[in-house]
Design a binder for this molecule. Structure first.
Ligand code: SF4
Length: 530
């Protein structure tokens, strides 16, 4: 079977050219008149709107037109959806992702059937009726096992009157999608990440199976051939020029429209966000998408596919999402990205997420705007107990102080090794001893971040939190854990550079800063304990 990969090869130059135009090819008012008819737009039209939107006043006009078109053509509902992660083990090296194989501080969890059932019962009791099963590329969690989880979800939803099951997984074979459909799967979510081949190769490193660019491009042809016609497509905004990538999504969506008569069921709008231990996600790059451009992408998709759902997710702040969500969109309110985390709450997972108001409050806000919340039933009682301690739980202060004392002793060893390197680094024997000590420190602190840091976040911090001031301090401490992960990654790379250059300058500066910051961090935590 041929698929979209062949089309893209012939259209790559055209898409690059369209992404770069600075003057509209056609007058925006004329394009809006076409969009008003509700049949969607071609990549050329959206490229023209992008060009016109370089002028701020025109950008606002386009956004107003997109809202109007959306309210005219889409159903007056917003669908709630909740992700349920199944595994965080991964054989891929996507440089933007907290679950990439080589991330030493990623928490690896494979959800067993018992915990899965317990967690599903809990979130169904909250009223959720649209479940997105999500998993990384875990060789021990293949499509047959996924089909069992799909079937279990389907059974539970049907027993409650129905609902939707979506799946975001590695790319499978056509026959696997047949099996998944038979198990009760309604729709498939898959982001191309970027349609720009050189950048796709750059972001998907080493021998990752995910580097199979063409298989990803042809996925929808296989999914549709397997009988699943609801597809959720998109890119990760921030991996390449957003104009190019969103025009490619529109080209791909129009290909599906022409070839199969199918509108995309959903369009993803994930933006690259910081992830624990992921250096590439921490700093803005030249493709970082501003809030203003993010709003423009939302308008462009709304006009290009006036009945497809835009998938608003908790990577973005609530205020931004609620200001943009419109008729017919998808909205995530409760979101944990670590397998099993709904039972433990607020553990760092694949990427950083924002806190949102309670789901009923969000539904009420949407209702005031004339949009009914779908896939959100009434709350029902549930016997599942959350594992995380609640506020007021007795805190074992001695335990935490003892653990801090051990960390301080290791910081002292680390500092001594750095001093040794700075004063005697020219002597081979001293250098080897310092190297060994630094490597040991590195391994120790990686382990501390995944065990002690994680335990603080799941056990200590929830028990401490009381009042806005304490909550702000705790949020800052969690952010510091995340930053230490990135710094350790940097330190490890500097060890390699130092091994080649024998110049320890950067290593010494970075190490000293980290030690200073870790000591201040311990002190701040202890102030909260007192
Ligand atoms: S994006 Fe998916 S495949 Fe890539 S590292 Fe993360 S979990 Fe694995």
């Amino acid at each position: 079977m041929t698929g979209f990969s062949e089309i893209l090869v012939s259209q790559q130059t055209r898409l690059e050219r369209l992404a770069a135009i600075s003057e509209p090819l056609r007058q925006p008012q004329e394009i809006i008149r076409i969009a008003d008819q509700g049949r969607g737009l071609e990549a050329e039209d959206i490229a023209s709107l992008y060009a016109a939107a370089r002028d701020q006043a025109r950008r606002a006009e386009l956004q107003a037109a997109a809202n109007r078109i959306r309210m005219q053509w889409a159903r007056k509902t917003v669908e709630f959806i909740i992700p349920v992660y199944l595994t965080s083990f991964c054989q891929n090296e996507c440089l933007y992702c907290g679950y990439r194989q080589s991330n030493p501080i990623a928490e690896r969890v494979r959800l067993g059937q018992e915990d899965f059932d317990k967690q599903l019962d809990l979130i169904l009791s909250w009223g959720h009726r649209q479940i997105e099963l999500v998993l990384s590329d875990d060789p021990e969690f293949g499509p047959e096992m996924v089909a069992r989880y799909v079937a279990a979800t389907r059974r539970k939803l049907d027993a409650l009157g129905g609902g939707m099951v979506a799946l975001c997984s590695p790319v499978y074979k056509q026959e696997d999608y047949v099996r998944l459909r038979e198990a009760g799967l309604d729709w498939v979510v898959e982001w191309q990440e970027t349609y720009h081949r050189p950048h796709f190769d750059r972001w998907h490193y080493g021998s990752s199976p995910k580097r199979a660019f063409e298989s990803r491009l042809d996925l929808w042809d296989h999914v549709i051939a397997a009988g699943i016609t609801r597809i959720g497509m998109g890119v990760l905004l921030g991996l390449y020029d957003f104009r190019h990538d969103t025009l490619a999504v529109i080209e791909h969506g129009n290909y599906l429209r022409r070839t199969y008569g199918i509108e995309p069921h959903a369009l993803g709008i994930p933006r690259l966000k910081p992830a624990r231990g992921v250096l590439a996600s921490q700093k803005p790059n030249r493709f970082t998408v501003s809030d203003d451009d993010f709003r423009l992408v939302v308008s462009a998709y709304h006009m290009a596919f006036p009945t497809s759902r835009l998938f608003f997710n908790t990577r973005e702040s609530y205020d931004l999402n609620i200001s943009l969500v419109s008729a017919g969109d998808l909205f995530t309110v409760d979101c944990e990205t670590l397998p099993g985390a709904y039972l433990r709450r607020h553990l760092p997972g694949q990427f950083s997420t924002h806190d949102y108001p309670p789901r009923r409050e969000v539904a009420a806000t949407l209702e005031r705007r004339g949009l009914a919340a779908q896939y959100l039933a009434e709350d029902t009682p549930c016997q599942v107990a959350l594992a995380a301690p609640v506020r007021g739980t007795a805190i074992d202060t001695k335990r935490w102080l003892d653990e801090h004392a051990q960390v301080r002793a290791r910081l002292q060893d680390w500092e001594t090794a750095l001093q040794r390197l700075s004063t005697h680094g020219a002597q081979a024997i001293e250098r080897q001893a310092a190297d060994a000590c630094l490597r040991e420190s590195l391994e120790y602190f990686k382990a501390v971040l995944t065990t002690h840091g994680r335990q603080e976040e799941s056990e200590l911090f929830p028990a401490l939190a009381s009042g806005a001031e304490a909550a702000a301090k705790i949020a800052a401490l969690c952010a510091e854990h995340e930053r230490f992960g990135v710094d350790l990654d940097k330190f490890e790379r500097q060890m390699i550079s130092y091994g080649l250059s024998k110049d320890p300058t950067v290593l010494l500066t970075l190490g000293s800063r980290m030690i200073r910051e870790m000591r201040a961090h311990l002190e701040a935590e202890e102030q909260l304990l007192r």
